[in-house]
Design a protein around this ligand. Structure first.
Ligand SMILES: C[S@@+](CC[C@H](N)C(=O)[O-])C[C@H]1O[C@@H](n2cnc3c(N)ncnc32)[C@H](O)[C@@H]1O
Length: 249
């Protein structure tokens, strides 16, 4: 019988199982950790570019993150902003701290699960304290978006220069975008962390909510700015009438 040719993955498996492979395992782990670290670096990089852009284009407003979980990106936003002398921008954290809401309809067709990413508010606050994020610069809005954002008068936020939307689901993104409509000035950055989730289907997730939002608000257009990580897409917001961003500019 002719010997079967070995596939690349079989070759890698057999090398990993060999004495040499086992000896090299600590090195392999280091490489894997670096690969994860490079994903976090992507966030740092786009935050650095975003704050530099906002400064140079003189776009005023605060940082708002919709879905903060344990604060990984939120804390990095503070580090980057303060490091660039942009520490006078306030930071708004929006989260249920109970994880994702009930996944229904199109949201139930993907990998996201009800209650996923549930993290206590105390965990988020503890990480902020340990990272020395000054509490007087931070405003936390706790609760599900369809409830908290329906009462904007309780949130002292008028203008958002950088909106980081990281809430995975279509149903979560709809109230976020409606809340942002009068608060995004011309030239602000609207970043969707999960734009290409649901296998890039434009009829699902954040992309679907955004398409419908643009249909409802013909005065707003989005200029593709940068992709980041494996699923994110950032846009620059253009308003037909720059004064529109609300009456709030
Ligand atoms: C993927 S995690 C966010 C990760 C975080 N931005 C980071 O970089 O570490 C998604 C978060 O969105 C929150 N979330 C999703 N939908 C929500 C909703 N409708 N109301 C409130 N919070 C929501 C979840 O509780 C969860 O903490």
């Amino acid at each position: 019988m002719m010997p079967r040719s070995i596939t690349k993955s079989e070759l890698l498996d057999s090398v990993a199982a060999s004495a040499l492979g086992r000896a090299l395992e600590p090195l392999t782990m280091l490489f894997k950790r670096n690969a994860y670290a490079s994903l976090a670096y992507e966030n740092t990089r786009i935050l650095a570019l975003a704050f530099a852009y906002l400064r140079s284009e003189e776009v005023a407003g605060d940082y708002a993150e919709f879905g903060v979980a344990t604060g990984r990106t939120f804390i990095e936003a503070w580090r980057v902003a303060s490091g660039q002398g942009e520490g006078d921008r306030r930071l708004f954290a929006f989260d249920s701290f109970e994880g994702l809401p009930e996944t229904e309809g199109v949201d139930a067709t993907g990998r996201f699960k009800t209650g996923e990413f549930s993290n206590a508010r105390g965990t988020f606050e503890g990480r902020m304290r340990r990272s020395r994020v000054p509490s007087d610069r931070v405003h936390i809005v706790e609760g599900f978006f369809d409830q908290t954002l329906a009462q904007p008068e309780l949130i002292p936020l008028d203008q958002v220069a950088l909106a980081w939307v990281d809430c995975d689901l279509y149903s979560s993104t709809v109230p976020v975008l409606d809340y942002l409509t009068p608060r995004l000035p011309n030239g602000s950055i609207l970043l969707f962390d999960d734009w290409y989730c649901f296998k890039g289907d434009p009829e699902k997730g954040e992309a679907k909510a955004c398409k419908e939002w643009l249909d409802r608000n013909p005065d707003i257009t989005l200029v593709p700015w940068r992709q980041h990580n494996w699923a994110g897409q950032a846009f620059i917001v253009r308003r037909a009438d720059p004064e529109d961003a609300g009456a709030r500019q």
